[in-house]
Design a protein. Sequence first.
Length: 141
Amino acid sequence: MSVSAVSGVQPAFQPNPQDTAFRSAITQLTSAIGSGDLATAQKAYSTLTTLQQNAGPPPGAPAGGPNGGQDPFSQLLTKIGGDLSSGDISGAQSDLASFQKAAASHHHHHHGGGGAPPAASSPAAPAATPTSSSNAVDVTA
């Protein structure tokens, strides 16, 4: 039996270079806004919007509606972009803080369970126990 055909498969955990660049730009933007560095924030914003435009809309993004079809992250970028283009770093800080607070409360809300773990993780009788003695092996002989 040969398994050489499997060797060409890439692992599922390998990061997409564009995802890595996007995360890096987000980190730079939030860090620059947090520290009040307008020039770096403007540069990071520019990089981030370019990456976002090249990637297209995220999967499942609304096609239209009251927010012009923008997901909450895109709405935040639009607000921050306006703040940065007018030189209002404190406005960008305020918008970012509001978004982070909303995201944290939204995240906490979804993970507030506290109930019992799923039945699959509980100890239980084996799912398949052979009932025929023809599968038994006598190891004492």
